[in-house]
Design a protein around this ligand. Structure first.
Ligand code: ATP
Length: 326
C-alpha cells in the first residue's frame, strides 16, 4: 500500500457550497466485473461512438473501494492508494476512481475531499470493465461518505459521463445495454453460471479493438442486431447449454485479428469441455462457460497447462451491483 498521489479537487467544487457530510468515517463498497453474453456493434455515428446492443452479466470478480474521511492535512483533495502497488493502473487524476470522486464532488458542490483505497481483482485492460467497476464503486462510496445521497438514476447518469461501461456495475446482475452500452435495463434470469477466464499477459485497448473492427470486412453494419430470443429464453430458464449456444461477440474477430493466439486459447478451453469460449468484451480475456465446478476445474487445468495464458480465474455469475459492505 505504498502508492499515494494527492490530486487537488481544484476549481471543480463551487466554493460557496455548504459543508455537507455523512456520519461514517469510512465506507467500503464492492462492485463486480462483467462479461458480455452478447455484443452487437454498428458502424460509428458522427460522434465517433459505435452503437451497441449488448447483454452484460456481472461476475464474482470483485473490486473494492474504501472511501475514507480525510485528515486535516489532505483536506479537499482526492487521493488514491492501490492495495497492490504494482497493479498496472494509473494512480493520478486519470484513474477512473479519482475521476468518479471528482465528478460527484463537482456536481454536488462537496469540497471535503476523500482518501480512496482500491483493491483490484478484475484483470486490467482485459475487456471485463474493471476500471468501470472502480468508478461505480467510488460513486456509491463517496455518495454515502459525503451524505450527498443521490438516487440511483442520478448516479447512473453521472456514471455514463465517466464511460459507457460504468452504469452497468451500479446495477449488476444481468442486464441489456443499449446506446453506447450505457442505457442499462435489468433482465430476468434464473440460476447461477460458472465461468473460467483465461488472462493474457498484455491488455488490449478498447479503442484499438474498435478501430480494427471498423476495417474488417463485413463488420460495422449500420444497424445493430437485436438480442436473440433464444438467449433471453435460455437465461429465463437457467439453461446453461442453450445459453452457450447463444453467446456472441461482434468484437471477437477484431480481437483475434490483433491477437491470433486467442483462437488457440478458445480451442483449448472448448476441447477441455467448456460449453463455449468467447472473447470477453474487447478482449483479450477469454471467457469460457462451463457446466459446473468440475468442468471449471478441467478447463482451468487445461488452460494452465497450455502455456498460452498468463493466468486463469474462476467466477460464478450473476452477482449484485455496487453495494456498501462496511
Ligand atoms: P472495458 O471492458 O470497459 O473496455 P477494460 O476492462 O478492457 O475496459 P480496464 O481494466 O477498465 O479495461 O482499463 C482500461 C484502461 O483504463 C487501463 O489500461 C488503464 O490505463 C485505465 N484505467 C483508468 N483507471 C483505471 C482503474 N481504476 N482500473 C483499471 N484501469 C484503469
Amino acid at each position: 500500500m505504498s502508492h499515494l498521489r494527492a490530486v487537488p479537487n481544484g476549481p471543480t467544487g463551487p466554493s460557496t457550497a455548504p459543508p455537507r457530510s455523512g456520519s461514517a468515517s469510512s465506507v467500503r463498497v464492492e462492485a463486480p466485473g462483467k462479461v458480455n453474453l452478447f455484443l452487437s456493434a454498428g458502424a460509428p455515428g458522427p460522434d465517433g461512438y459505435h452503437p451497441l446492443t449488448t447483454v452484460f452479466q456481472a461476475v464474482r470478480l470483485i473490486e473494492t473501494v474504501t472511501a475514507r474521511r480525510q485528515s486535516a492535512q489532505n483536506h479537499g483533495t482526492v487521493t488514491l492508494t492501490l492495495e497492490e502497488p504494482d497493479a498496472a493502473v494509473p494512480i493520478d487524476a486519470s484513474n477512473l476512481a479519482v475521476r468518479a470522486a471528482d465528478l460527484l464532488a463537482e456536481v454536488t458542490g462537496v469540497n471535503e475531499g476523500v482518501d480512496l483505497l482500491l483493491r483490484k481483482r478484475v484483470p486490467v485492460a482485459g475487456g471485463m470493465a474493471g476500471g468501470s467497476a472502480d468508478a461505480a464503486a467510488t460513486l456509491v462510496a463517496c455518495n454515502a461518505l459525503w451524505g450527498t445521497n443521490l438516487p440511483l438514476p442520478e448516479l447512473s447518469a453521472l456514471a455514463s459521463r465517466l464511460g459507457a461501461d460504468v452504469p452497468f456495475p451500479l446495477t449488476g446482475a444481468t442486464a441489456v445495454g443499449h446506446g453506447r452500452g450505457d442505457l442499462v435495463t435489468p433482465i430476468m434470469t434464473r440460476g447461477s453460471y460458472h465461468w473460467v477466464f483465461a488472462l493474457a499477459e498484455q491488455g488490449l485497448s478498447t479503442p484499438a479493438v474498435f478501430r480494427r473492427f471498423d476495417v474488417l470486412p463485413g463488420a460495422g453494419e449500420p444497424a445493430v442486431r437485436d438480442i436473440p430470443e433464444a438467449l433471453t429464453a435460455a437465461l429465463r430458464a437457467g439453461d446453461v447449454r442453450a445459453l452457450a449456444d447463444s453467446l456472441h461477440n461482434d468484437l471477437q474477430a477484431a480481437a483475434i485479428d490483433l491477437r491470433p493466439e486467442l483462437a488457440r486459447v478458445i480451442s483449448v478451453a472448448e476441447e477441455a469441455g467448456a460449453l463455449r469460449a468467447i472473447v470477453s468484451g474487447s478482449g483479450p480475456t477469454i471467457a469460457a462457460l462451463v457446466e459446473d465446478a468440475g468442468g471449471a476445474q478441467r478447463v482451468s487445468r487445461a488452460l494452465k497447462a497450455s502455456g498460452l495464458v498468463a493466468g486463469v480465474l474462476r467466477a460464478d455469475a450473476p452477482v449484485a451491483g455496487a453495494r456498501v459492505v462496511g
